[in-house]
Design a protein around this ligand. Sequence first.
Ligand code: ADE
Ligand code: ZN
Length: 324
Amino acid sequence: MIDLIKKLPKAELHLHIEGSLEPELMFRLAKKNNIDIPYKDIEDVRNAYNFTNLQTFLDIYYAGANVLITKDDFYDLTWEYILKCVEDNVIHTEIFFDPQTHTARGIAFETVITGIKEALADAKERYGITSGIIMCFLRHLSQQDAFDTLEEAMAFKEDIIGVGLDSSELGNPPSKFTEVFEKAKEAGFKLVAHAGEEGDFSYIYEALDLLGIDRIDHGVQSIHSDTLMQRLKEEQIPLTVCPNSNIELKVFEDYKAHNIKELLDYGLNVSVNSDDPAYFKGYINQNFINLCDNLPLTENDIVTLVKNSFRSSFIDDDLKQAYL
Ligand code: ADE
Ligand code: ZN
């Protein structure tokens, strides 16, 4: 099974580039940019990665992102993730970034997107890896802040395929962002949103019915509504599931309690993704391996999960057909 996982060419649809910041790079950039970080060494960082829920993770994740200052920093961050893609045989990736995390610190939108974009262009040239960039709005901030970010992004519209919604879910439902998603859709962006990670299944309904999203990020709470499950199955709405993340953030007690096999057996369009791999103990292959070690997934299931990620991707139809 491990051989199959390693061998299969994969696509990744749910990866926060800031969440691929490994402690080693964090230390290097902190030193270079003269940024204080609250850790004395790498081991100290790893010990701090002991989360009880989404918010305890986000606090540490946003603090880590403070070391990213220059275009080269964003390039290096993205390039290191690309090297992991090469290792794990990921041939297509759609990555999230959180512009507001950086613009709020005085880092220009252009600095961030240019660094990411140049690394992705080099990934295509050097390794043939195809990619897309999705800009996420931070849902703990206001809709007005998201509108301002969308306006800023318009100058880089050609570089961004979609708009997403992430950060603290509870208390910040999709309905808070209805108008800005409508505007993003009018501008031609694909739409995704984190929903049903910690929030209940009503967040998934809102993402579908109020935001008109193309994919749900996480969505594992859909299991609590039969009506929603039927709809997700009928419409084959993609759910980008992140097993390691769900375990590390205590959405499920352990891998054996994870519901991905049930979602898959029901006929939902689920895929496996790494979310924030530097914080959640592993990249995409490790997510598959942890699942296989704990759940009765068959080889057929693995192939289906991988195919689902390609068919749910935002790549052009020609390329999609080639990948499938
Ligand atoms: N930002 C980075 N990772 C996230 C997650 N799993 N949920 C919400 N926001 C995030
Ligand atoms: Zn995520």
